[in-house]
Design a protein around this ligand. Structure first.
Ligand code: WQD
Length: 339
C-alpha cells in the first residue's frame, strides 16, 4: 500500500514520513518546495535508510495532480499537509490561501474518489475553535467564526472532506493540532522556517543562537496566571506518530464513522513565560526577551482535552515540552553549524 504525503518535506510532514517508513509503509511525497528544501529528503533517508519517492508538484495545477494519480495508481491513502499556513499573510492575501489550500484539496479528493476504498488524513488545527469557552478543549467544542482566511481554509477544508466522504469510498480522519514544536532526536530533520519565524519556539531558538537580537513577548496583560498566553505545545514526533495511528485505524476499518475528528495535544497548557523559563533551564541559555504589545488575533488560552485521542484513537503524547525544547535547541545548533 502506497501512501501519498503532501507537504512531506515540511516540518510535520517530514516527521510523519519517517514514522510511516518506520512502520513499513511505502511513501511518495509531493512538495512544491515553497516552504521546504529538497535536502529534507536526504534527512529522512538518513534516519530510515529508505528514500521516499518524490514529485515536485504545485497542487493548484489540476492537470499535474491528475497525471500524478495516473502514474501512482497504487496510492490508496493520503496524508495531506501541503497548505499555506501564515495567519497574517492570509489576511493580506486571502485568494492565495483559498486557491492553494482549498483548490489543492479538491483535486486530491477527485484523484482519490476513483479508488475502490481509500483513506484521507487531514492536517487541521485547533484554530477552528477560536477562543474556546471551556478548557480543556474537546472535539465537540463549537467551531467559531474563523479569525483569518487561513483558519477559514481549515474549517472549509473539514467541510469539503466530510461532504465528499459521505458520498464516496473515502474514509477520513481530521486531526486538529495544537502547537507542534521540537525536532527528531537524530537532528537530521526539524523545523526550518523561511524568513522571520512567526511561531514562538523557532524564534526562541534563533534568538538563543544569536540570529535574532531579542524575542518579543506579545503581551503580558492577558487573564492568565502570569499574564501571557497559554498554549498546548506538542512534540512533533508524537504528532507524527498520531498520523500513523490514524491511518492504520482507517486501513483496519476501525473508524466508527466515515469522518472522525481528534484533537492532538498533550492536555497540558503552558504560558509563554513558562516556555521561556523551561528553555533556559533545559539548555542553560539565558534568553534575551522583552514584553511588548499584544499581537492581533492571538487568543488567550488553548489546550486539548486528550480523552478521545487517548481512548478512541489509542494514541497518547509521550514526550514533554521540555523534550521538545531540548530537541529544538539541538536542531538549531546543528543547522547553524554550532553543534
Ligand atoms: C504561541 C504564543 C504568541 C511568537 C499558530 C497558528 C496555528 C498553528 C500554530 C498552523 C502566542 C506568543 C509567538 C513570538 C510571542 N499553526 N509569541 N512572540 O499563534 O498559538 O498558533 O501556530 O496550524 O494555527 O495560529 O502559535 O507560536 O505563533 O504563538 O510572544 O515571537 O507565543 O503571542 O501566545 P499560535 P505561535
Amino acid at each position: 500500500m502506497k501512501i501519498l504525503v503532501t507537504g512531506g518535506l515540511g516540518f510535520i510532514g517530514s516527521h510523519t514520513v519517517v514514522e510511516l517508513q518506520n512502520e513499513g509503509f511505502d511513501v511518495v511525497v509531493i512538495d512544491d518546495l515553497s516552504n521546504s528544501s529538497i535536502e529534507v529528503l536526504d534527512g529522512i533517508t538518513a534516519i530510515t535508510g529508505k528514500k521516499p519517492e518524490f514529485e515536485q508538484i504545485d497542487l493548484r495545477d489540476k492537470a499535474a495532480v491528475q497525471a500524478f494519480f495516473s502514474k501512482y495508481n497504487d496510492v490508496s491513502g493520503i496524508i495531506h499537509f501541503a497548505a499555506s499556513k501564515a495567519v497574517g499573510e492570509s489576511v493580506e492575501n486571502p485568494l492565495l490561501y483559498y486557491e492553494n489550500n482549498l483548490g489543492s484539496l479538491v483535486y486530491l479528493l477527485q484523484g482519490l474518489q476513483q479508488k475502490e476504498k481509500s483513506h484521507f488524513i487531514f492536517s487541521s488545527s485547533c484554530t477552528v475553535y477560536g477562543q474556546a469557552e471551556k478548557m480543556p478543549i474537546t472535539e465537540d467544542a463549537p467551531i467559531q467564526v474563523a479569525m483569518s482566511p487561513y483558519g477559514n481554509t481549515k474549517q472549509i477544508g473539514e467541510e469539503i472532506i466530510t461532504d465528499v466522504a459521505n458520498v464516496s469510498n473515502i474514509s477520513a480522519i481530521l486531526l486538529r493540532y495544537f502547537n507542534p514544536v521540537g525536532a527528531h532526536d537524530s537532528v537530521m530533520i526539524g523545523e526550518l522556517p523561511k524568513g522571520t519565524p512567526q511561531n514562538l519556539v523557532p524564534f526562541i531558538t534563533q534568538t538563543a543562537i544569536g540570529l535574532r537580537e531579542q524575542l518579543s513577548v506579545f503581551g503580558d496583560d492577558y487573564p492568565t496566571p502570569d499574564g501571557t498566553c497559554i498554549r498546548d505545545y506538542i512534540h512533533v514526533v508524537d504528532l507524527a506518530k498520531a498520523h500513523v495511528t490514524a491511518l492504520k485505524r482507517l486501513i483496519d476499518s476501525k473508524n466508527a464513522d466515515k469522518v472522525e475528528v481528534f484533537n492532538l495535544g498533550t492536555g497540558k497548557g503552558n504560558s509563554v513565560l513558562e516556555v521561556i523559563n523551561a528553555f533556559e533551564k533545559v539548555t542553560g541559555q539565558k534568553l534575551n526577551y522583552k514584553i511588548v504589545a499584544r499581537r492581533a488575533g492571538d487568543i488567550t488560552e488553548a489546550y486539548a482535552d486528550t480523552a478521545k485521542a487517548n481512548n478512541v484513537l489509542g494514541w497518547k503524547a509521550e514526550l514533554t515540552m521540555e523534550d521538545a525544547l531540548a530537541s529544538a535547541w539541538k536542531w538549531e545548533k546543528k543547522v547553524r553549524g554550532k553543534e
